[in-house]
Design a protein around this ligand. Sequence first.
Ligand SMILES: Nc1ncnc2c1ncn2[C@@H]1O[C@H](COP(=O)(O)OP(=O)(O)OP(=O)(O)O)[C@@H](O)[C@H]1O
Ligand SMILES: [Mg+2]
Length: 264
Amino acid sequence: MLTVKNVSKTFNIGTVNEKKALDKISLTLEDGDFVTVIGGNGAGKSTLLNMIAGVYPIDCGHIVLDGKDISRQPEYKRAKLIGRVFQDPLMGTAADMEIAENLALAYRRGKPRTLRWGVTKEEKVKYKEELKRLGLGLEDRMTSKVGLLSGGQRQALTLLMASLQRPQLLLLDEHTAALDPLTAKKVLDLTKEIVEEQKLTTLMITHNMKDAIQIGNRLIMMYDGKIIYDVRGEEKKKLTVNDLHQKFREASGEEFSDDRAVLI
Ligand SMILES: Nc1ncnc2c1ncn2[C@@H]1O[C@H](COP(=O)(O)OP(=O)(O)OP(=O)(O)O)[C@@H](O)[C@H]1O
Ligand SMILES: [Mg+2]
């Protein structure tokens, strides 16, 4: 489904701020893989997702999605195939637009534009159904401006938008980190539900070690621009948070340090 081959990225080349964020990374995701990504601050996790989404050009290597080399494709073209949810609830939705209009934008992404702009009756029925499943009462607020929603409501909506047209790949960058614990759990449960139902191939960065172990079928750990541990299936399920610390120490020679990690 996704192949990342020998991809490197150095920021600010030739300056004192030069930083190798990705160091010849290779990663292959099978169709339906749900991979959690952990690693300390600056390990290159967000950069990896940004490279796959086309936010910045890669220095070298290749990225192949569903058999197609997308390494040089611009971000907007990849957006048709890749759904994304970021940490910041303000980023995924348009605040000045209504809930239904936001969903319509997501629904029509990559489709030919019609002459008439407006949300059709059929679309409204569909969006209402989809919103209902979030369990947040948004189905009764379809004409509300998104800017009026809470962070958790916006993240849930962004997630719905990212998966409305089944993406070939879903990228989640700490998408529950800015939410209170209860809302974070809700959005995470919704994530699991959508990913399982649509069998989405997914990369999810998290700072919660327990979530990283419990969620998905595969876990990768990053350090210094490299993947230092890759585990799947039964072996992954059996892991403890202590095991992850141990693996990190073995591979990096350092203690795991991270300002946002949930280490318990
Ligand atoms: N746009 C950029 N310009 C310059 N340097 C960058 C840029 N994006 C990332 N970096 C640097 O690349 C390295 C990797 O950053 P990245 O954001 O990928 O880490 P991360 O693993 O997501 O960390 P965190 O857990 O803190 O989010 C860091 O040293 C960071 O400062
Ligand atoms: Mg990051």
